[in-house]
Design a protein around this ligand. Structure first.
Ligand code: PGA
Length: 232
Protein backbone atom coordinates (compact mmCIF):
# COMPACT_ATOMS: atom_id res chain seq x y z
CA UNK A 1 0.00 0.00 0.00
CA UNK A 2 2.85 2.32 0.78
CA UNK A 3 4.26 1.67 -2.65
CA UNK A 4 0.83 2.47 -4.10
CA UNK A 5 0.72 5.78 -2.33
CA UNK A 6 4.18 6.58 -3.58
CA UNK A 7 3.26 5.61 -7.10
CA UNK A 8 0.42 8.12 -7.26
CA UNK A 9 1.99 10.78 -5.10
CA UNK A 10 2.34 13.23 -7.91
CA UNK A 11 -0.56 11.99 -9.99
CA UNK A 12 -3.01 14.12 -11.86
CA UNK A 13 -6.66 13.21 -12.16
CA UNK A 14 -8.96 14.70 -14.77
CA UNK A 15 -12.62 13.97 -14.20
CA UNK A 16 -15.56 14.63 -16.51
CA UNK A 17 -18.88 14.53 -14.67
CA UNK A 18 -22.51 15.11 -15.58
CA UNK A 19 -24.22 18.01 -13.84
CA UNK A 20 -26.02 15.85 -11.28
CA UNK A 21 -22.69 14.45 -10.05
CA UNK A 22 -21.17 17.86 -9.38
CA UNK A 23 -22.99 17.84 -6.04
CA UNK A 24 -21.05 14.84 -4.84
CA UNK A 25 -17.77 14.75 -6.75
CA UNK A 26 -16.00 17.54 -4.80
CA UNK A 27 -16.56 15.73 -1.52
CA UNK A 28 -15.21 12.53 -2.98
CA UNK A 29 -12.17 14.40 -4.24
CA UNK A 30 -11.65 15.96 -0.83
CA UNK A 31 -11.79 12.60 0.97
CA UNK A 32 -9.62 10.94 -1.65
CA UNK A 33 -7.12 13.79 -1.47
CA UNK A 34 -6.76 13.23 2.26
CA UNK A 35 -5.75 9.64 1.69
CA UNK A 36 -3.54 10.48 -1.26
CA UNK A 37 -2.18 13.98 -0.82
CA UNK A 38 -0.35 15.71 -3.63
CA UNK A 39 -2.72 14.79 -6.43
CA UNK A 40 -3.77 17.53 -8.78
CA UNK A 41 -7.46 17.47 -9.73
CA UNK A 42 -9.33 18.96 -12.63
CA UNK A 43 -13.07 18.46 -13.02
CA UNK A 44 -15.25 19.37 -15.98
CA UNK A 45 -19.00 19.51 -15.45
CA UNK A 46 -21.24 19.08 -18.51
CA UNK A 47 -24.46 17.43 -19.57
CA UNK A 48 -24.59 13.84 -20.77
CA UNK A 49 -24.13 14.51 -24.48
CA UNK A 50 -21.11 16.71 -23.86
CA UNK A 51 -19.56 14.11 -21.55
CA UNK A 52 -19.98 11.51 -24.30
CA UNK A 53 -18.11 13.84 -26.65
CA UNK A 54 -15.35 14.23 -24.10
CA UNK A 55 -15.06 10.44 -23.85
CA UNK A 56 -14.85 10.21 -27.62
CA UNK A 57 -12.11 12.85 -27.67
CA UNK A 58 -10.23 11.24 -24.77
CA UNK A 59 -10.24 14.46 -22.76
CA UNK A 60 -10.37 13.10 -19.20
CA UNK A 61 -9.13 10.09 -17.23
CA UNK A 62 -12.47 9.06 -15.75
CA UNK A 63 -16.13 10.04 -16.12
CA UNK A 64 -19.22 9.99 -13.94
CA UNK A 65 -22.52 9.66 -15.76
CA UNK A 66 -26.04 8.36 -15.30
CA UNK A 67 -26.94 6.45 -18.42
CA UNK A 68 -24.04 4.58 -19.97
CA UNK A 69 -23.46 5.34 -23.68
CA UNK A 70 -24.82 2.50 -25.85
CA UNK A 71 -23.40 2.77 -29.32
CA UNK A 72 -21.59 6.07 -29.28
CA UNK A 73 -18.43 4.79 -27.64
CA UNK A 74 -17.22 1.50 -26.16
CA UNK A 75 -16.78 1.90 -22.40
CA UNK A 76 -16.27 0.09 -19.15
CA UNK A 77 -18.97 1.20 -16.71
CA UNK A 78 -18.91 0.47 -13.00
CA UNK A 79 -22.12 1.23 -11.08
CA UNK A 80 -21.38 3.52 -8.20
CA UNK A 81 -24.03 5.48 -6.30
CA UNK A 82 -27.73 6.28 -6.26
CA UNK A 83 -29.00 9.34 -8.06
CA UNK A 84 -32.77 9.51 -7.41
CA UNK A 85 -34.84 12.01 -9.39
CA UNK A 86 -37.84 13.60 -7.70
CA UNK A 87 -40.52 16.15 -8.52
CA UNK A 88 -39.57 19.54 -7.04
CA UNK A 89 -42.10 22.24 -6.27
CA UNK A 90 -41.97 25.56 -4.43
CA UNK A 91 -42.87 25.14 -0.76
CA UNK A 92 -46.63 25.28 -0.24
CA UNK A 93 -47.45 24.72 -3.93
CA UNK A 94 -51.14 23.71 -4.46
CA UNK A 95 -50.03 20.21 -5.55
CA UNK A 96 -48.65 19.61 -2.05
CA UNK A 97 -52.21 19.81 -0.69
CA UNK A 98 -53.48 17.01 -2.97
CA UNK A 99 -53.86 13.41 -1.86
CA UNK A 100 -50.52 11.60 -1.99
CA UNK A 101 -49.00 10.25 -4.07
CA UNK A 102 -49.96 12.92 -6.58
CA UNK A 103 -50.82 11.34 -9.95
CA UNK A 104 -48.29 11.88 -12.72
CA UNK A 105 -50.89 13.52 -14.96
CA UNK A 106 -51.29 16.32 -12.39
CA UNK A 107 -47.56 16.98 -12.68
CA UNK A 108 -47.80 16.91 -16.48
CA UNK A 109 -50.59 19.51 -16.37
CA UNK A 110 -48.59 21.98 -14.25
CA UNK A 111 -46.21 24.53 -15.86
CA UNK A 112 -42.91 22.66 -16.15
CA UNK A 113 -39.28 23.81 -16.34
CA UNK A 114 -37.21 21.52 -18.54
CA UNK A 115 -33.47 20.94 -18.91
CA UNK A 116 -31.81 21.41 -22.31
CA UNK A 117 -31.59 18.66 -24.96
CA UNK A 118 -28.50 16.55 -24.23
CA UNK A 119 -29.31 16.32 -20.52
CA UNK A 120 -29.56 12.76 -19.20
CA UNK A 121 -31.97 13.93 -16.50
CA UNK A 122 -34.30 15.36 -19.15
CA UNK A 123 -34.05 12.18 -21.15
CA UNK A 124 -35.01 10.06 -18.11
CA UNK A 125 -38.15 11.97 -17.22
CA UNK A 126 -39.33 12.57 -20.77
CA UNK A 127 -39.16 8.82 -21.27
CA UNK A 128 -41.31 8.28 -18.17
CA UNK A 129 -43.92 10.81 -19.33
CA UNK A 130 -43.96 9.20 -22.75
CA UNK A 131 -44.37 5.69 -21.36
CA UNK A 132 -47.39 6.96 -19.44
CA UNK A 133 -48.85 8.61 -22.53
CA UNK A 134 -48.32 12.08 -21.06
CA UNK A 135 -46.62 15.24 -22.19
CA UNK A 136 -45.44 17.84 -19.68
CA UNK A 137 -46.65 21.42 -20.08
CA UNK A 138 -43.24 22.95 -20.76
CA UNK A 139 -43.07 26.68 -20.12
CA UNK A 140 -39.32 27.27 -19.94
CA UNK A 141 -36.06 25.55 -20.83
CA UNK A 142 -33.02 26.09 -18.59
CA UNK A 143 -29.60 24.54 -19.03
CA UNK A 144 -28.67 24.35 -15.35
CA UNK A 145 -29.99 22.53 -12.27
CA UNK A 146 -29.24 25.61 -10.20
CA UNK A 147 -31.19 27.91 -12.53
CA UNK A 148 -34.09 25.46 -12.36
CA UNK A 149 -33.97 25.47 -8.56
CA UNK A 150 -34.12 29.26 -8.46
CA UNK A 151 -36.90 29.27 -11.03
CA UNK A 152 -38.89 26.72 -8.99
CA UNK A 153 -38.33 28.79 -5.85
CA UNK A 154 -39.57 31.84 -7.80
CA UNK A 155 -42.77 29.91 -8.68
CA UNK A 156 -42.05 29.95 -12.41
CA UNK A 157 -42.98 26.28 -12.55
CA UNK A 158 -42.18 22.86 -11.19
CA UNK A 159 -39.49 20.47 -12.34
CA UNK A 160 -37.75 17.15 -11.83
CA UNK A 161 -34.24 17.14 -10.42
CA UNK A 162 -31.72 14.90 -8.75
CA UNK A 163 -32.29 14.84 -5.00
CA UNK A 164 -28.55 15.50 -4.70
CA UNK A 165 -29.20 19.03 -5.98
CA UNK A 166 -30.70 19.84 -2.56
CA UNK A 167 -27.60 18.64 -0.67
CA UNK A 168 -26.73 22.03 0.82
CA UNK A 169 -30.13 23.55 1.57
CA UNK A 170 -31.91 20.31 2.49
CA UNK A 171 -35.50 19.30 1.75
CA UNK A 172 -37.16 21.70 4.16
CA UNK A 173 -35.96 24.84 2.40
CA UNK A 174 -37.72 26.82 -0.32
CA UNK A 175 -38.02 23.73 -2.53
CA UNK A 176 -40.15 20.78 -1.54
CA UNK A 177 -40.02 17.21 -2.84
CA UNK A 178 -43.49 16.28 -4.07
CA UNK A 179 -44.55 12.70 -3.42
CA UNK A 180 -45.63 11.61 -6.88
CA UNK A 181 -46.71 8.36 -8.56
CA UNK A 182 -43.80 6.64 -10.38
CA UNK A 183 -41.29 8.60 -8.30
CA UNK A 184 -38.53 8.66 -7.33
CA UNK A 185 -36.87 7.54 -10.54
CA UNK A 186 -34.08 5.50 -8.96
CA UNK A 187 -31.15 6.28 -11.24
CA UNK A 188 -27.58 5.32 -10.58
CA UNK A 189 -24.32 6.83 -11.59
CA UNK A 190 -21.56 4.92 -13.26
CA UNK A 191 -17.83 5.45 -13.30
CA UNK A 192 -16.92 5.21 -16.94
CA UNK A 193 -13.78 5.06 -19.06
CA UNK A 194 -13.08 4.03 -22.66
CA UNK A 195 -12.46 0.32 -22.96
CA UNK A 196 -9.46 0.83 -25.20
CA UNK A 197 -7.67 2.96 -22.66
CA UNK A 198 -5.54 1.82 -19.75
CA UNK A 199 -6.60 3.53 -16.52
CA UNK A 200 -3.83 5.47 -14.82
CA UNK A 201 -2.85 4.31 -11.35
CA UNK A 202 -4.42 7.45 -9.88
CA UNK A 203 -7.68 7.04 -11.81
CA UNK A 204 -7.87 3.37 -10.79
CA UNK A 205 -7.43 4.30 -7.14
CA UNK A 206 -10.08 6.98 -7.38
CA UNK A 207 -12.45 4.51 -8.99
CA UNK A 208 -11.99 1.97 -6.18
CA UNK A 209 -12.29 4.69 -3.58
CA UNK A 210 -15.53 6.03 -5.08
CA UNK A 211 -17.12 2.59 -5.22
CA UNK A 212 -16.20 2.07 -1.55
CA UNK A 213 -18.08 5.27 -0.66
CA UNK A 214 -21.43 4.09 -2.01
CA UNK A 215 -22.94 3.09 1.38
CA UNK A 216 -22.04 6.48 2.86
CA UNK A 217 -23.57 8.31 -0.08
CA UNK A 218 -26.80 6.29 0.29
CA UNK A 219 -26.86 7.03 4.02
CA UNK A 220 -26.44 10.71 3.41
CA UNK A 221 -29.24 10.68 0.87
CA UNK A 222 -31.59 9.06 3.38
CA UNK A 223 -30.67 11.74 5.90
CA UNK A 224 -31.36 14.40 3.30
CA UNK A 225 -34.68 12.86 2.25
CA UNK A 226 -35.86 10.22 4.74
CA UNK A 227 -38.75 9.02 2.51
CA UNK A 228 -36.14 7.52 0.21
CA UNK A 229 -35.79 4.61 2.65
CA UNK A 230 -39.24 3.38 1.58
CA UNK A 231 -38.03 2.80 -1.96
CA UNK A 232 -34.72 1.09 -1.26
P1 PGA B 1 -27.38 15.75 -16.99
O1 PGA B 1 -26.92 14.77 -15.88
O2 PGA B 1 -28.86 15.87 -16.86
O3 PGA B 1 -26.66 17.03 -16.72
O4 PGA B 1 -27.00 15.19 -18.36
C1 PGA B 1 -27.03 13.51 -16.27
C2 PGA B 1 -27.37 12.37 -15.59
O5 PGA B 1 -27.51 12.34 -14.35
O6 PGA B 1 -27.54 11.42 -16.37
Amino acid sequence: QLADRKGIRRGKLRLGVVTTAKYIAPELLAAFGQQFPGIEFAMTVSNRDEIIQRIQNGEDDLYVMGQVPDNEVDVEAIPFALNPLTVMVPRGHPLTRQKKPVPLHAVAETPFLIREPGSGTRHAYLRLFEEQGLRPRITMELSSNEAIKHAVASSLGISILSIHSLALEGTSGPIEVLETEQFPILRKWFLVYPRNRQLSLTAGKFLDFSVSQEPFITNRLVQLWPELARYL
